[in-house]
Design a protein around this ligand. Structure first.
Ligand SMILES: *Cc1c(COP(=O)(O)O)cnc(C)c1O
Length: 250
């Protein structure tokens, strides 16, 4: 007999007794969520004999209004990730005036015509995945003198609707970024297919990063960041577990 049968009103858990259901954005206890996620990162690091200090928590604040982000800033979180350039441009300059040491990561798809705004705002861009975008970024970097760290997104599940370069085209894109555009790529990022167990995708990304000598591995979200840490993640991107459940896209 399973727990659900004996406790019909118990919230769903992650199998370790931690509740996984989150109240909606705006009602979540952000400081508590953040503390839980930090503790879970430390546990996963220790379980795998890694130094927790080498794992960066990128708090994904997409769709969360500024007043919902403030509790995370007040609790000391300084590294945030966003999906949309326009939303970030509206939200972050004012927050940054108050917290100048914020580090901002772009984790959503980037259109070449938004390269200027992206280079102006973000410190790390996780989603470089094609040569035309590399060209646009290189031009903006040269023009502005700003040098965000750049990661290549890899479409490890070869999903047609998803961004990212296919694994067998990564070597070519890396060489072109370097040789044609003079761009130094620092790491790789992936979003495993929702229906797959994520570990095989994390392992593939880790192997590709090692093969190409890239130090940054951006992988793992609310549902699977401990598995990503086990397989070498240096940056985990966690939203829901901190800020609450976002509205499903309409
Ligand atoms: C939304 C998003 C996340 C965070 O997902 P959660 O499941 O809310 O933790 C991480 N990475 C990317 C690329 C995202 O779009």
């Amino acid at each position: 007999m399973d727990d659900a049968a004996t406790e019909p009103n118990a919230p769903p858990t992650d199998g370790m007794g931690h509740a996984t259901e989150k109240p909606p954005v705006g009602q979540a206890d952000v400081a508590a969520g953040l503390a839980e996620v930090r503790a879970a990162i430390a546990r996963a690091a220790e379980d795998n004999e890694r130094d927790p200090a080498e794992i960066q928590l990128v708090a994904i604040s997409k769709t969360v209004p500024a007043e919902g982000i403030l509790p995370a800033l007040e609790a000391g979180q300084r590294v945030f990730g966003e999906n949309y350039v326009q939303e970030s441009t509206a939200k972050w300059p004012a927050l940054r005036d108050r917290y100048p040491d914020v580090e901002l990561h772009l984790v959503g798809p980037l259109q070449s015509n938004k390269a200027r705004e992206a280079v102006a705002l973000f410190d790390v861009i996780h989603t470089l995945d094609r040569l035309s975008l590399a060209a646009a970024l290189a031009k903006e970097i040269a023009r502005s003198g700003r040098t965000p760290k750049l990661l290549i997104q890899v479409n490890t599940g070869a999903e047609p609707q998803k961004g990212g370069v296919l694994p067998d085209q990564l070597a070519t894109l890396l060489a072109e970024c370097r040789d044609t555009h003079g761009l130094a790529i620092q790491g790789l990022m992936c979003i495993p297919p929702a229906e797959d167990p994520p570990s095989a995708h994390f392992a593939l990304l880790a192997r590709l990063a090692k093969e190409h000598n890239l130090p940054i591995l951006s992988m793992g979200m609310s549902a699977d960041f401990p598995a990503a840490i086990q397989l070498g993640a240096t940056h985990v991107r966690v939203g829901t577990a901190i800020f609450g459940a976002r509205k499903p896209k309409g």
